[in-house]
Design a protein. Structure first.
Length: 95
């Protein structure tokens, strides 16, 4: 089963955004827990890598619905937090 197998085609764009957020969250959890990279996580790691922009950063693709207490970055712009998480994850993955 791949990351996108359970997502209807009509929701492809929204699903892509969810997959990046979920991949960052899951991989950062394993990295932070001191786990070794596992081949079963390869698709998620490559998805994170594929979302890197030409300038080396990752964009903020969406925000969560509801009240936003601290709006740090606009949607569609480079995200310091996504970039930090992605770089930590890929350094762990590639080590």
């Amino acid at each position: 089963m791949s990351l996108d197998d359970s997502i209807p085609v009509s929701d492809e764009r929204a699903a892509d955004l969810l997959v990046l957020d979920d991949a960052l969250r899951a991989l950062d959890h394993f990295r932070g827990a001191g786990a070794a990279p596992d081949p079963r996580m390869a698709e998620a790691a490559e998805h994170v890598r594929s979302r890197q922009q030409p300038d080396g950063r990752w964009l903020l693709d969406r925000t969560h619905e509801g009240t936003v207490l601290l709006d740090l970055e606009p949607v569609g712009e480079p995200s310091r937090w996504n970039t930090l998480r992605a770089l930590r994850i890929l350094a762990w993955w590639d080590a």
